[in-house]
Design a protein around this ligand. Sequence first.
Ligand code: HEC
Ligand code: HEC
Length: 219
Amino acid sequence: MFHKTLLVVAMLGAGAAQADPLDLRRADRIDGDAAAGAAKVTVCVACHGPEGNALVPAFPALAGQNAEYLYRTLAGFKRRADPASPMTAQVEKLDDADLRNIAAYFAARKRSAAPAAAGDRTTGAAVFDRGDPARGIAPCRGCHGAAADGHPRAADGPARYAYYPVLAGQNADYLVARLAQYRDGKIDDTTNALIMRGVAHNLDDASIRALADWLAAQR
Ligand code: HEC
Ligand code: HEC
């Protein structure tokens, strides 16, 4: 797994023309104040739902996500300033301490069930567990955990693994959009984004839909 990851990053690094992706391989744990964060999330929960459990399938759930992943993603919205993302305006007036505190707040909330999707679950489970060797797709569980609840070493391993997101109970339509973004090379500004871009590169639309429906149904 480790060798494969390095290979994927090295290959993408050689082929793509992105400007210096942020290196998260030595990133530290983040330390936020959840109580201070709670004071800043009124606007967020309008879209991301009560305590970060989004009711609209196109909006991501934030509850129970790793603080490190949340913080880094928020900082990424700020850095990229992509006019197409509604998040750009949301993070504009927040400083670095706000982002850490908000991340700590949502990480400490409990994730509830995603709105149920009625898709084919067998295909999603198979790709998640075994990948698709014929198309060079690595098994998702190696990095996102057997129960899709984050990297197996997120809590007790090197801090970099806390930057691998929890996927279980995430909203299906959001997952579909996000996987297509990685596949199409639209997110490439960190070493982690490049890892995920390498994994998603050969995913077809049907596999993406099946993975998303299966992941949304996990608890
Ligand atoms: C107008 C609706 C809206 C509001 C308000 C909003 N968001 Fe978002 N948020 C979105 C959408 C849509 C996405 C996914 C789009 C994208 O990735 O560009 C998203 C993505 C995110 C993500 C990435 C999730 C992931 O799993 O990668 C985080 C973290 C986030 N929002 C946090 C916040 C916080 C914190 C606030 C309040 C300061 C906030 N959002 C306010 C709509 C909103
Ligand atoms: C080699 C490790 C690795 C493998 C294998 C892997 N991922 Fe990832 N994945 C990551 C990392 C690291 C990130 C964080 C990327 C970022 O910060 O932009 C990520 C991010 C994601 C996200 C974004 C989550 C969010 O909340 O926005 C989704 C969805 C995802 N992966 C799904 C999958 C699926 C489905 C598979 C299997 C087909 C898979 N991953 C396989 C490492 C991996």
